[in-house]
Design a protein around this ligand. Structure first.
Ligand SMILES: C[S@@+](CC[C@H](N)C(=O)[O-])C[C@H]1O[C@@H](n2cnc3c(N)ncnc32)[C@H](O)[C@@H]1O
Length: 237
């Protein structure tokens, strides 16, 4: 039975501020470190190049931002944007003292539905596990289309409900028996219970392609990964 999604933007912002202290640990433990592989795939599909100006939208604790920064190098710029200040504080702390330094990153507190960037500004963009969480997906895609340069790409990585019933049952078992109990141990049960309704209302890969084209992108393709439990939507302006 699909769960109901009745969270406001303020609820979602509060959830991500609260889970900031445990977010990285849970990501690493629950994906057995595989989230780094999926994030690297998203960065490759974004086609970011050395010297580019890039956006990592809904950057959270900044993993994708860091991968993008390594890709664009010291002549490029990467903006990590998120509306949860506790996540941004973690992201900034994580790159302090790293060698070689990641000086090309700027952290910006911003709403994905109303981006404070000029039209046609970015050469490439990524978004990891963010689109499922915004309250207005078409508007977020339209904002991404607006701020990208013509021909630029955004690679959007997220969880999905898989098509296969067997994989879907496995995913539900994993969420109910592994993810929520582990989050509960860390005092974050309600925050991680939010995953189920967010997955239920998330468009399928085919629907995401249509939404991307409707938002104004000229090309859209969706790559299912991890047996359809995850996917990357690649949109070209
Ligand atoms: C699941 S986390 C993903 C973080 C990171 N991209 C990663 O892959 O680990 C989702 C992030 O989206 C942010 N977010 C959700 N809605 C947003 C919005 N409307 N504007 C900006 N950030 C938003 C949350 O604050 C949170 O940090």
């Amino acid at each position: 039975m699909p769960t109901q999604f009745n969270y406001t933007s303020t609820d979602i912002q509060a959830i991500f501020n609260r889970i900031a202290p445990v977010y990285d640990r849970l990501n690493n433990d629950l994906s057995l470190g595989l989230h780094w592989v999926w994030k690297q795939m998203a960065v490759s599909w974004s086609d970011a190049n050395p010297g580019d100006t890039c956006l990592d939208l809904c950057c959270g604790s900044g993993d994708l931002t860091q991968l993008l920064a390594k890709r664009v190098g010291s002549n490029g710029t990467v903006i990590g944007a998120d509306f949860a200040p506790a996540q941004l504080a973690n992201a900034a702390a994580k790159i302090e003292g790293v060698y070689p330094p990641l000086n090309c990153i700027d952290w910006v507190e911003a709403d994905a539905l109303n981006l404070p960037f000029a039209d046609n500004y970015f050469d490439a963009a990524t978004m990891g596990y963010g689109l499922r969480n915004v309250t207005d997906i078409p508007r977020c895609l339209a904002e991404l289309d607006r701020v990208l340069k013509p021909g630029a790409k955004v690679a959007i990585l997220d969880f999905h409900r898989p098509d296969s019933q067997i994989v879907r049952r496995f995913q539900q078992w994993y969420l109910d028996r592994i993810v929520v109990p582990k989050a509960t141990q860390l005092g974050m049960m309600d925050e991680y219970a939010y995953l189920n309704p967010s997955l239920d209302r998330f468009p399928t890969g085919a629907e995401q392609v249509q939404l991307g084209l409707t938002a104004g992108f000229s090309h859209a393709i969706h790559y299912p990964i991890a047996s359809g439990m995850m996917g990357v939507l690649v949109l070209t302006k």
